[in-house]
Design a protein around this ligand. Sequence first.
Ligand code: PHE
Length: 511
Amino acid sequence: MPGTPRVAGTASDRAFFGHPRGLVGLFFTEAWERFSYYGMRALLLYYMYDQVANGGLGIPDDTAKSLVAVYGSATYMAAILGGWVSDRLLGDRRATLVGGVLIMVGHICLALPAGAGALFASMVFIAGGTGLLKPTISASVGDLYAPNDPRRDSGFSIYYMGISVGAVAAPLVVGTVGQTYDYHLGFGIAAVGMALGLAVYLWTQRHLSEAGSRPKNPLRLSEVSRSRASLVGLGVACLVAVVAVSAVTGLLSIGATVNLISVLAMALPVVYFTVMLRSKRTTAAERARLRGYIPLFVAAVFFWVIQEQGATVIAQYADESTDLDAFGFTIPASWFQSVGSFVLIVLTPLFALLWLRLDRSPRAPSTAHKFGFALAIAGVSYLVLVLPASQGGLSSPLWLVGSLALVTIGEMCLSPIGLSATTRLAPAAFATQTMGLWLTAGAAGQGIAAQLVKFYEPDSAGTYFGAVGAGTVVLGLVLFALSPLLRRQTEAADSLVDHHEDALDVTGVHR
Ligand code: PHE
């Protein structure tokens, strides 16, 4: 209806499975974006370590794994920058569009048979683009709901299904084409996927909340003091100079780049939490909620350390130590990267029922419980591999399938809930940036993984899975033990909430 302000997020809009109409467009846009990302990722390791004669880059496999990890890390780290650009300059909608275009260009770089240079160029485009698109599109989902709309959690579960639909299809299409025909053709299909995502977004964005059409906390000219601007300029100039000099003098080796990104990925969330906690724009209630969020964030980091190794260590294990001919045909190794999302899609309805039941019961699990469980089961998914990995020879693909199914159960207890909690507790002035902060959990996880994967050797795979798995189980149990304490802290935070707001803890459970 032209001329009528569209109020998204009202309980009356139930066009899509009882959810606002805008969710459909976001669902399919993100499905295509994730199709392009996970399709590219299903091929990336193999493309890097395959011999030049086979169309690969011939990079040693240790370096290749670390590079895949820091590629992912940089992608999610950029979300902080993307969130800032959206909150202060562009607004969510324009940021999503610009991001989609950059991502597509990144995949096109990889589609060209242009070697390592194109690989690094793609990293810059895809990191920049995903940094803009991923936090903004997730924040747009949050904007479809009023702050106390009870549909928010299930809205995010549906949205997460979109992510998974893209992620399950991608290795099957992009992975198969890339591994059987030509890597670049595979990457080309990823670019087409992103183009389709952009088309869907352009077509459906009119159903989104008005909140996304403007920056939420626009940068005012008066804020940009001369001294500040020159300070930022100086910082950027120094950075460019350091990178240029190190590149020219050969100091900026691949190894050094990997280490640099690892360190940045771990430092960034620390700096960002500090900035948000100290900002004058964050209210006392927001600050208290943010503090309660920190242990959950740490748990998420370690969860992603394991889960994201699906594209590195697990991908190598699938390629080199798994019997790919087990079922009478040769399974492309990239297909294992579909398993998790497949399991997620199948189990989501079951989990929806489970949460409904559990959240109503007097002993409803808190977010910390769910996150602790997620971590522990991620650890178990590695412990399961100790036996086949220690036996030597090729192991049955079913071990990997079982392991990936386990880690996915963890993902269902952590990832959609984390997204939903993030949109709710975000300090108003930092709306999209808080989503960026959530994504940096993935960045820090992969930054740590980039170092960890160096210890993986096919000959001692059992020891690797045992050590990393056991460590993660312990962390999960610690979080579990701490959860009563954390619950008390969130309750204290809630008591600070202004009267007109509902009392919510970060789990979204109404009390
Ligand atoms: N499967 C998730 C996604 O692509 C993984 C993820 C979660 C990545 C959180 C970054 C941050 O959305």
